[in-house]
Design a binder for this molecule. Structure first.
Ligand code: ATP
Ligand code: MG
Length: 469
């Protein structure tokens, strides 16, 4: 098959020219070829030459007068050129052999054929010639094209060797399955189960990268279920793995929180691209297994699971080397607040309850509402509709109160400075006491969120404390 017509960008002609002039057999390989056939956009173009990749990249850079920059990574034997929104990476063809204790192979120069043989999956092992004799020709030694049509993730070499050589490929298999909605070949899946403990030689950062790619895919449940079924979830996210299972006492069961959870993740993926909202969905119920109790009168309970779950989040983020600080706090707080809006739908909602939620959630309120709406996974259509309507009412109420009281990002209407000058006092505990009394009064609706009212209230409270204005 010839793909010349799909290589319209002038860079390909330039590459071909340089290849011809300086006698470098040159090929596009890997992800770009796969995505070209799938008509998926891809801006990363991997170029393999038989010969020195860095030297070739320098020759290409000379040819391009508006090139933004050539970067050379001598230690890796690679070079990169950024052109428009494209990133071209150049490397010499290589063959690899592996040692048991490391996923870093011993690398030697090789041919394009050997280079294609070392690749993880048949759909990633195709190349396109950029050489004059057969420009645009697809080179597909392992039936990658057929497997693309069948939607199959399958290795060019025997799976046990592939996964044992580089166990990161186990996660890559599931990640591609999730991104492309493909099936992992049965023999591969068996081999992954068998080799799962080899993951111990993969760094947490690499694991997290693949996990995030699963989470970013259109339907993350595909990859998450594969992680669970292969028992890799037990290794990398035991807290999520523990969600699976249904207990029964006195004929009473609770729902399977793992399958519920991955459905919630899919639901958030439908309404938002925010990766960390999806993480909040993945972790929103992790406090349930450790707080699960059976009560003769009320059945299964998970009291305090939000708090317990929120407390578990930092350990997970640290372990997987996910971003700490703001990102961690965002996820933790969403987990903590994940049942609050539902509580608001139960009774007649008081303004103060809404104000408190707004104040606690702050700027996260919109994402929190997306999360709780995603959390509705009942099979009962009537019930889903009723819950959705309840949340609609909560949204209306939130909007009303926010317009009226502006407590979303609460700024105290009276400052500590003002308290000190009014009562002629030095910094001390009274200031904190007065400030939180004012805040409480506003949230409870005793006074409006306004300067004048707050000032009057402060004077009254201060006098109760024995201060004189
Ligand atoms: P993405 O769209 O996520 O970048 P990709 O297929 O381009 O997907 P990369 O990680 O950029 O993935 O790798 C580029 C190519 O290098 C792959 O298509 C594959 O041929 C090869 N490759 C990458 N990682 C491995 C690995 N661990 N084992 C074998 N081959 C690999
Ligand atoms: Mg890539």
């Amino acid at each position: 098959m010839n793909l010349k017509h799909k290589l319209q960008h002038p860079i390909f002609a330039t590459l071909a020219q340089v290849a011809e002039k300086h006698n470098y057999p040159t090929f596009i390989v890997g992800g770009f070829v796969r995505d070209l056939l799938l008509q998926r956009p891809n801006k990363d173009i991997d170029i393999v030459v038989e010969g020195n990749g860095i030297e070739f990249a320098k020759l290409v850079a000379d040819e391009l007068y508006d090139v933004k920059g050539l970067s050379v990574f001598k230690n890796f034997g690679t070079a990169m050129i950024k052109l428009d929104d494209l990133e071209l990476e150049f490397v010499g063809a290589r063959k690899e052999s592996y040692r048991r204790e490391s996923r870093k192979p011993i690398v030697e120069d090789g041919t394009i054929k050997e280079d294609q043989e070392r690749r993880d999956f048949t759909i990633n092992a195709m190349s396109i010639s950029l050489n004059q004799v057969d420009f645009g020709e697809l080179i597909d030694p392992f039936n990658g094209q057929k497997h693309l049509q069948e939607g199959l993730i399958i290795t060019p070499l025997p799976p046990d060797q592939t996964y044992s050589d580089d166990p990161l490929r186990m996660l890559r298999a599931m990640r591609f399955a999730s991104q492309l909605h493909f099936k992992v070949d049965d023999a591969s899946f068996e081999s992954i189960k068998k080799n799962k403990d080899r993951l111990s030689i993969v760094s947490e950062e690499r694991i997290a990268t693949e996990l995030n790619k699963i989470m970013e895919s259109p339907q993350p449940s595909v990859g998450l279920e594969l992680l669970f079924l292969s028992e890799i979830m037990k290794i990398i996210l035991p807290e999520v793995d523990a969600l699976q299972g249904v207990d029964e006492i006195d004929g009473q069961t609770h729902k399977d929180n793992f399958y519920h959870t991955i459905q919630v993740v899919d639901n958030t993926a439908e309404t938002s691209d925010n990766l960390w909202l999806r993480w909040a969905a993945l972790l929103h119920d992790i406090g349930k297994p450790p707080t699960k109790r059976f009560d003769q009168n009320v059945g299964w309970t998970f009291h305090g699971h939000e708090m317990r779950g929120a407390k578990m989040v930092p350990r997970i983020f640290k372990r997987l080397k996910l971003p700490l600080k703001d990102t961690l706090n965002y996820v933790k707080e969403l987990v903590y607040l994940s049942s609050r809006p539902a509580a608001l739908t139960k009774d007649i909602v008081s303004d103060s309850a809404v104000r408190r939620l707004l104040n606690d959630a702050g700027d996260k309120i919109d994402d929190l509402m997306l999360l709780v709406e995603a959390d509705i996974t009942s099979k009962n259509k009537e019930r889903v509709k009723r819950y959705k309507n309840n949340f609609k009412e909560v949204r209306v109420k939130l909007k009303e109160i926010e317009e009226k009281d502006q407590v979303r990002n609460f700024q105290p209407p009276v400052t500590g400075e003002e308290i000190m000058t009014t009562f002629k006092i030095k910094p001390g505990r009274e200031i904190g006491v007065l400030k939180s009394a004012i805040k409480e009064a506003i949230l409870e609706g005793e006074i409006p969120n306004e300067k004048e009212a707050a000032f009057k209230f402060m004077i009254k409270k201060g006098e109760e404390l024995g201060l004189k204005a």
